[in-house]
Design a protein. Structure first.
Length: 201
């Protein structure tokens, strides 16, 4: 929706896609930061080095800061707010793409591909909530996989997000309309490739 129409109609709601995405990212890093602070304040490095993740996978990932009390009691509330921002961003971005199809800026085929990717990304964000609901038990059992699988899925969701944003920015001409230089297009593609490799390996 344009700024002028939003201003003239008090019933309208103007959503800025980039602002919503930035708020979602900030919210996610607030969740991580609070988890790190709470975990390090209550557990020693030796205790973390002997976590269930280390016992099973041989190393800790960022999930270790979500697993222990009081983090697993505080972070779900922060994540709920973050999830609202991220899902609102995805819906707003989808509406933007729908408008670009109507304006002949985006082809229906690319729109369908992007819609599928956005749906996948939304699912990974929602499923990630499960890590706060199920804590892994020792010795390892099914709870470990129920807990860690959403984290792995979220990583693929973030790769999809980078790729779908890059595909949209290029194919819709959005980045051209923003006046971004040619090197930005190449850098975005390289970033997506490197990001995918890091997640896969």
């Amino acid at each position: 929706m344009s700024e002028s129409s939003a201003a003239s109609d008090p019933r309208s709601l103007e959503l800025t896609v980039e602002k919503l995405r930035m708020r979602g990212y900030i919210g996610f890093w607030v969740v991580v930061l609070v988890g790190v602070v709470l975990t390090k304040a209550n557990y020693t490095e030796a205790q973390l080095a002997d976590s269930l993740l280390v016992q099973v996978f041989g190393y800790n990932n960022i999930c270790v800061y979500f697993d222990f009390s009081p983090s697993n009691r505080v972070l779900p509330v922060l994540w709920a707010f973050t999830l609202v921002f991220l899902l609102t961003y995805i819906v707003a971005h989808w509406l933007q793409m729908r408008g670009e199809v109507d304006a002949k800026l985006l082809t229906p085929a690319v729109y369908r591909t992007l819609s599928g990717l956005k749906g996948f990304e939304a699912i990974t964000l929602i499923v990630f909530t499960n890590i706060f609901a199920v804590s892994p038990h020792s010795p390892p059992d099914a709870t470990l996989w129920i807990h860690t699988t959403p984290f792995f899925l979220l990583q693929f969701g973030m790769v999809s997000l980078a790729m779908s944003n890059t595909l949209h920015g290029i194919k819709s001409g959005y980045w051209r309309r923003l006046g971004l230089p040619d090197w930005f297009f190449t850098a975005a593609k390289v970033y997506c490739g490197l990001f995918a490799l890091v997640v896969l390996f």
